[in-house]
Design a protein around this ligand. Structure first.
Ligand SMILES: [Zn+2]
Length: 83
């Protein structure tokens, strides 16, 4: 029994389309502390936007409030089949 030749899969527009259908978008917000310059990434919350201030949240590093600002929001595509 001869094995099927394994062709390397070439990226194409169709593949990319399939990928977007299968993958789920996971959004993150990067929050920076104005006091200690620590930046942390956490899951995106509804209502988050860049330059939004988070006066009620405490910095993980210096434990100050009123110092956190969202500096970036990014999303990644996650394969739901992979854990
Ligand atoms: Zn801090």
């Amino acid at each position: 029994m001869a094995e099927e030749p394994q062709l390397p899969s070439l990226p194409s527009i169709t593949d990319d389309w399939d990928r977007k259908k299968r993958f789920i978008e996971k959004k993150h917000s990067i929050i920076k502390c104005g006091e200690c310059n620590e930046s942390v990434s956490r899951l995106f919350n509804l209502g988050d936007f860049v330059f939004k201030k988070l006066p009620d949240e405490e910095c993980e590093k210096c434990h100050r409030t009123k110092s956190l600002t969202i500096v970036e929001i990014y999303s990644e595509w996650v394969d739901p089949k992979k854990k």
